[in-house]
Design a protein around this ligand. Structure first.
Ligand code: DGJ
Length: 784
């Protein structure tokens, strides 16, 4: 078997080389580091001079060629490739054999949108599209493989159009967005798994022959298994080695399937989960898959993340908030739950404004009879007992305090105890003859129904224009059950999940275009729908309901592999923490949340003077360096898994400034020296490094307080408590200067930690869950 045509898709640092065989199958010759252009690529094509053992020979003309051992580009069923297929369908006669062969090709600059689905776009004028047309001539069905190469970010996206040109309806049972066949299997399959309050924990699975599935069956992209996955080589770590990353621009059930075969090849598929999926395609109709994003890096996992982050900031997030500084917010949820009135909210807002916070967000509980989570979802009318001056009155008063006003909504949901459900029970998702199961006491509205979509758009448009609203938190608090829609005939019920999300996208498209100035943040019980589909409409996502900084190190670290800091909502909340009951220093809560879009979520009226002073300084610091924290290049230096320490840093594009967070889980007595070795700085620039001015609550010292205070008091007594609320005991000053090469390749030796013996002013007091933030600035060259 020979190849008769090749395509070399290129980005700045990667090559993706495809070939057409004499049998007209498309195969993949290379995906990885950039290769030079060659006159003849056949050296990269496997030899097929024998069909081993039980292999099926594709055709009589070439009895030595079987599809089962070829790196194919989009596999179908029934012609000898026994691996997981990319497409599976049932034709009108009930058969499922398909064979798609190369027919033609076109290329053009830029990127076309995908009908009905969110997708990437040409944000920086650096992308080129390629479309390969395949066809099954027996069935009269075409498959168009769409590719788009984003040059600067080293991202290539893929999606597929399946067109039924026959005179019969067909049923799609599987229609993946992407297949990539790699010739080797020396990989770890890295997934980001979890649950509520513990989202996107990193898991590395060593590949061996078999099938590995990462998917969601919950109806949303889910906190169980995020659609972002990676394949990394055995020797690939944060700073070096080869790896590929894949993500799907989709918010419903997804699947990433990896198969390693007997012959050592690896196939990865990504797309809509075939579980529960069946889609009827009539004559002349097309089905469009969501778009998969893939990237390759030979600079370790940090290189891969950099590619994904650049791509998301430039080619996924759109509208007014693209690459714009995101406001520091205060959210009342953990401070008040449902128990608030206008006065309480204004008291919180007043303190927040005094501390420099820019946006006040009113969370759940402002509408209908919503005093608990079992009622009123769907009734988007202000509760006048709580807010006698309506949203507009509250917003005006917030504005007068010098802050913007934002609001929480959960438009996809309904409680049985609501006016909406009483008048439209048929709008909720449930089966006609089965009692529906509830999640957080609520049902989901059936977005496949046009009237439901219209109701959501109308009611939300009314809310959003009823006051001066600068920000909207769009929540979604349950997974799907009892799936059925009266809008679909029995043989189309398998389309429900996909049609639901198309309905959601239609609503989001309408609302975000009608309210272009609003900053939208998506949320789903924390991070249960943290995906690229939502990010196409909403530039931020609430990362997790768990704001405990120790948990957040793992959650934000895991999230950062695939998503930029500008997309991650990160809040400082009260201590002890409401989910973990862990007590942590307020400075650590900030130092973690600063690596994201900063907010505060607590009853600010209850803050001690100490906490207020800390927050004021934190807000000032974050404002000064906000673009660095939200849009700088992020590096995981020491990751928080199986380690007592975690170090992150973020470096500006011009490398002239950086910030580093040093986090410690447990205090270690007689601790030796900490070394701050960073990455991404310019070797040739000379940096001044300064520890952020941080404060320590003297309560942390217990009886030892007498060693650090000028007066003698009883540890943990009344006076100690009073002093701790006010006395701003400062962390030791740390200042260093060094060239980037010393910091990148050797490391700054930090001041020693207090470790049980003696205390003096040169020691850092870090303790359990302690941390320090360092700011680095390159000295200006005199000749500049
Ligand atoms: C779940 C969200 O994750 C929380 O932040 C909060 O908005 C609640 N819903 C409100 O019901």
């Amino acid at each position: 078997m020979k190849i008769i045509k090749t395509f070399h898709i290129q980005t700045k640092r990667t090559s993706y080389i495809l070939a057409v065989t004499e049998s007209l199958h498309i195969c993949c010759l290379h995906y990885g580091r950039k290769l030079r252009e060659m006159a003849d690529y056949s050296v990269l094509f496997e030899k097929h001079d024998v069909c081993y053992g039980s292999m099926v020979a594709y055709s009589k003309e070439d009895a030595n060629f079987g599809l089962d051992d070829v790196c194919l580009e989009y596999s179908s069923c029934g012609k000898g490739d026994f691996r997981e297929p990319a497409i599976e369908l049932e034709s009108h006669d009930g058969t499922g054999v398909t064979d798609f062969k190369y027919k033609g090709f076109r290329t053009f600059p830029g990127k076309e949108p995908i009908p009905g689905l969110p997708s990437s776009y040409d944000g920086s004028g650096d992308c080129t599209s390629y479309v390969l047309e395949l066809s099954d001539n027996c069935l009269n069905i075409s498959v168009f493989l769409h590719y788009c190469a984003f040059y600067d970010s080293d991202v290539i996206t893929k999606h597929v159009e399946i067109k039924n040109d026959s005179n019969h309806a067909i049923s799609l049972k599987r229609a993946m967005s992407m297949q990539l066949d790699l010739p080797e299997n020396d990989y770890y399959f890295v997934t980001f798994d979890g649950t509520w309050s513990a989202e996107r924990y990193r898991n590395d699975k060593r590949l061996s022959p078999g099938i590995f599935v990462n998917d969601s069956k919950t109806g949303v992209s889910s906190s169980r298994h995020n659609p972002f996955v990676m394949l990394r080589r055995k020797n690939c770590d944060e700073q070096s080695g080869e790896c590929c990353g894949f993500n799907l621009i989709y918010s419903a059930n997804h699947a990433e399937i990896v198969e390693v075969t007997h012959s050592g090849k690896t196939r990865i598929l990504s797309g809509i989960n075939p579980f529960g999926f069946k889609y009827e395609l009539n004559n002349n109709q097309s089905f469009f898959t969501p778009e998969t994003v893939m990237t390759f890096s030979s600079e370790g996992l940090n290189g891969l993340s950099r590619n994904m982050h650049e791509f998301i900031n430039n080619n996924i997030v759109r509208g007014k908030w693209k690459n714009k500084a995101r406001p520091i917010l205060v959210n009342n949820w953990e401070g008040t739950w449902f128990d608030f009135d206008e006065k309480k909210l204004l008291d919180i807002a007043k303190t927040a404004s005094e501390l420099g916070i820019e946006l006040f967000v009113l969370d759940d509980g402002w509408f209908g009879e919503r005093n608990s989570d079992d009622r009123s979802l769907g009734d988007w009318v202000v509760n006048r007992k709580k807010l006698p001056h309506a949203l507009s009155g509250l917003a005006e008063k917030i504005k007068k305090l010098g802050m913007d006003f934002g609001i929480w909504v959960e438009p996809e949901m309904v409680n049985e105890n609501s006016e909406l459900y009483r008048s439209h029970p048929e709008w909720a998702i449930k089966l006609p003859d089965r009692e529906p199961s509830l999640g957080r006491n609520q049902l989901i509205l059936d977005l496949t129904q046009k009237d439901v979509r219209r109701y959501i758009v109308d009611s939300m448009s009314e809310v959003f224009s009823s006051a001066d609203i600068a920000y909207v938190k769009w929540d979604m608090n349950r997974n799907f059950s009892d799936i059925y829609s009266p809008s679909l005939p029995p043989h189309r019920q398998g389309e429900f999940n996909h049609r639901y999300v198309l309905g959601l996208y239609e609503i989001l498209e309408t609302l975000t275009s009608s309210f272009p100035d609003i900053l939208f943040e998506s949320c789903a019980s924390g991070g249960n729908r943290f995906d690229l589909g939502m990010l196409c409409y909403m530039p931020q996502t609430w990362t997790s309901d768990n704001t405990d900084p120790v948990s957040r190190l793992a959650i934000q670290n895991g999230t950062s592999y695939g998503y930029p800091l500008s997309c991650m909502g990160a809040h400082v909340s009260a201590s002890p923490h409401q989910q973990t009951l862990r007590s942590t220093p307020i400075e650590t809560r900030f130092n973690v949340a600063a690596f994201g879009c900063l907010g505060y979520e607590m009853d600010m009226t209850k803050l001690s003077p100490f906490d207020k002073n800390c927050i004021k300084a934190q807000v000032e610091f974050y404002k000064r360096h906000r673009m660095l924290f939200q849009y700088g290049t992020f590096y995981r230096v020491t990751i928080p898994y199986n380690s007592n320490w975690c170090v992150w840093c973020v470096v500006s594009k011009d490398k002239k400034e950086a910030a580093a967070g040093f986090f410690q889980i447990n205090a270690v007595p007689s601790h030796t020296h900490d070394l701050l070795r960073l990455c991404g700085l310019s070797d040739d620039l000379f940096y001044d490094i300064e520890g952020r001015k941080q404060f320590i609550n003297v309560k942390a010292f217990g009886d030892l307080v007498n060693h650090v205070l000028p007066v003698k008091i009883r540890g943990d007594g009344v006076i100690h408590t009073m002093i701790s609320a006010r006395y701003m005991f400062s962390q030791t000053d740390e200042r260093f200067s060094a060239y980037g090469d010393a910091i990148n390749h050797s490391g700054i030796r930090l001041k020693q930690q207090f470790g049980g013996t003696g205390y003096n002013e040169s020691l850092r007091v870090i303790g359990d869950f302690g941390s320090r933030m360092y700011y680095l600035k390159a000295e200006e060259d005199d000749e500049d």
